[in-house]
Design a protein around this ligand. Structure first.
Ligand SMILES: *[C@@H]1O[C@H](CO)[C@@H](O)[C@H](O)[C@H]1NC(C)=O
Ligand SMILES: *[C@@H]1O[C@H](CO)[C@@H](O)[C@H](O)[C@H]1NC(C)=O
Ligand SMILES: *[C@@H]1O[C@H](CO)[C@@H](O)[C@H](O)[C@H]1NC(C)=O
Ligand SMILES: *[C@@H]1O[C@H](CO)[C@@H](O)[C@H](O)[C@H]1NC(C)=O
Ligand SMILES: *[C@@H]1O[C@H](CO)[C@@H](O)[C@H](O)[C@H]1NC(C)=O
Length: 536
């Protein structure tokens, strides 16, 4: 078995006398910025040692007002929720600022942060630190998914001055945002929300992907400051069958990754999904192709014609021209029928199917649930096949490292392999963030070569970094043990007689290395006692 000892773990604990509520991670060159309570910590990626920090506490007046309005002292702090390096030497941060969100821009010079500008953070940053929000910078403009009021009842997708329709359950219905990114002409948002289309008794939460066009300028007159391009679709993460088993509640999503899956070259987003807290406990990882998402937005719209009727696809003949929700460069010239239609029809009829036709990893366990995901895309193995290595964080401190062993050969098959369950945290806290980071190596040829990477694990009270693999481990002493790991980062070096890791000299030459991620067996491995790898 592999395994990380204490010597393999870098740790940053901040101020040990209080809980720092570490949460956000942004990379700035070879530094890691960690957004926490009243503080942005700037750590070296190399050793997780603090280099400098920005302390930003709420002004006394704001804290007092927050307490007067009935919030407790824990809530009346400044929780950093947005952190962007808009240009080298500058830092843009937004914080909850005791339920009065603010955004500051700082100039960084000789480990000092000088306040350059400050502005209201309403509609950009949440009021309540517990609210699940997201933001992304695209073409120098900030897009956010958050709530725009004190009570948290006014959800919004915002880019100054455009917003989604206010207090309109057709638009956003009590959403929890998990991520956002930009690609091509669009900005995408992932979230879960109360499903308007679920008309049985009780309520259901569904997962969504929404998108807006970067060129959207809003509509004319009464549609001013409203998106003309906001559309959303349901994400279908389920175990197929006569009665599919659904994981409806998205918790986190990876970056967009681009790769080769069998004969298909695709851009994918991986997400972790849970079942509702009052049902059979379960978690799953599903992937979605950007193309499948885009296809739903080109498909039929969904509508409910009467108060008790089912939600059904809109007949294409009823859809006005120009098509509502598309990317129109001059959205201010769009005619009323198009704008009226999109106001009430942001939901698409078709659901986004899971890539690989099913979840990639499923856990039904009462002990823990998945919370976070990070994907190291397209790790090239000796012989040339590439695999996405998936790291999943849980609510009790464990990390599951896994791979779909079929993914190099097929776009619709899954054999999920758990390479390792990593347990490196001293406390079993929920994992709040997971990131894969690589530093530039200045001592190597400046051809863009990167180091072998680290996994950054963030909980409320600590930031931990570990290597992405531990192939040259004392316990792995034979070829068959090394190959049985099915770890794309590890292969058996037949000349040196060692389990070596990704990036070793001649790594890509099949003649020097034995590996088989798909089966975990290699005919050329010298026979001997074959140890099976056990998972717990
Ligand atoms: C830790 O936090 C406490 C309470 O906020 C503060 O008084 C103290 O100065 C902090 N210590 C450090 C080293 O930042
Ligand atoms: C982080 O620290 C490094 C080293 O001190 C510095 O070069 C960099 O500008 C800092 N970045 C931010 C955003 O604070
Ligand atoms: C934010 O998401 C977490 C994890 O899913 C959840 O436990 C929490 O209740 C959410 N916050 C709010 C205010 O809904
Ligand atoms: C979700 O996908 C499964 C598996 O492909 C399919 O059987 C099911 O009908 C889909 N459900 C919805 C609501 O689209
Ligand atoms: C719309 O405008 C953007 C920037 O102004 C430009 O890059 C894009 O090509 C235009 N698209 C169309 C369809 O005209």
């Amino acid at each position: 078995e592999t395994g990380y000892g204490p010597e393999d773990v870098l740790k940053f604990v901040g101020n040990e006398s209080v809980v720092d509520h570490f949460k956000l991670v942004t990379k700035d060159g070879n530094s890691l910025l960690i957004g926490a309570r009243n503080t942005v910590f700037n750590l070296s990626i190399h050793d997780l040692v603090e280099q400098q920090r920005l302390v930003w506490t709420s002004p006394e007046d704001d804290t007092k007002m927050c307490l007067v309005k009935g919030k407790d002292e824990e809530a009346c702090q400044n929780y950093i929720r947005i952190m962007v390096v808009p240009s080298p030497g500058r830092l843009f941060v937004c914080g909850t600022n005791s339920f009065r969100p603010m955004c500051n821009t700082y100039i960084i010079s000789d480990s000092n942060y000088t306040l350059e500008a400050t502005k209201n953070g309403q509609a950009v940053c949440p009021y309540d630190p517990r609210h699940n929000s997201t933001s992304v910078l695209a073409d120098n403009e900030l897009y956010s998914g958050t709530v725009a009021d004190f009570s948290g009842s006014d959800p919004i997708i915002y880019r100054e001055p455009l917003q989604t329709e206010q207090y309109d359950s057709l638009s956003l219905n009590a959403p929890n945002f998990v991520s956002s990114f930009t690609q091509g002409d669009f900005v995408y948002f992932f979230f879960r929300e109360t499903a308007v289309e679920f008309i049985n008794c009780g309520k259901a939460i569904y997962s969504r992907v929404a998108r807006v066009c970067k060129w959207d300028k809003g509509g004319p007159h009464r549609f001013r400051n409203r998106w003309t391009s906001f559309l959303k679709s349901r994400l279908n993460c389920s175990i197929p069958g006569d009665y599919p088993f659904y994981f409806n509640e998205i918790q986190s999503a990876s970056n967009l990754v681009e790769g080769q899956y069998g004969s298909m070259s695709s851009k994918l987003i991986y997400g972790v999904f849970n079942t509702p807290s009052n049902s059979i406990p379960g978690s799953a990882v599903c992937a979605f192709a950007l193309q499948d998402i885009a296809d739903t937005f080109e498909g039929q719209f969904k509508e409910q014609t009467g108060i008790n009727s089912n939600w059904l696809p809109v007949n294409n003949a009823k859809v006005p021209d120009p098509r509502p929700g598309s990317c129109h460069n001059d959205s201010r010239a769009l005619p009323d029928p198009t704008l009226n239609f999109i106001k009430t029809h942001s939901l698409m009829d078709e659901n986004v199917p899971a890539f690989f036709s099913q979840p990639i990893l499923v856990r039904t366990s009462t002990i823990y649930r998945f919370t976070q995901i990070a994907v190291d895309a397209q790790i090239k193995t000796p012989g040339g096949k590439t695999y996405d290595v998936i790291f999943v964080g849980t609510d009790h401190g464990k990390i599951i490292k896994s791979v779909n062993a079929e993914s190099a050969d097929s776009a619709d098959k899954v054999t999920s392999v758990v390479i390792e369950e990593i347990d490196v945290l001293t406390k079993s806290e929920p994992i709040r963030n997971l990131e894969i980071v690589r530093t530039m190596q200045y001592d190597q040829p400046k051809d863009g070569s990167y180091d072998d990477g680290k996994l950054i694990i963030v909980t409320d009270s600590q930031v931990v970094a570990i290597q992405l693999h531990r192939c040259h481990n004392d316990k792995i002493t034979s070829c068959s043990e090394c190959v049985a790991l099915q770890d794309p980062y590890c292969a058996w070096d037949k000349i040196a007689g060692k389990c070596r890791s990704h990036g070793a000299p001649r790594w890509l030459e099949e003649n020097y290395f034995y590996q088989n991620v798909a089966t975990g067996q290699h005919a050329a491995c010298p026979s001997g006692t074959k140890h099976h790898h056990h998972h717990h």
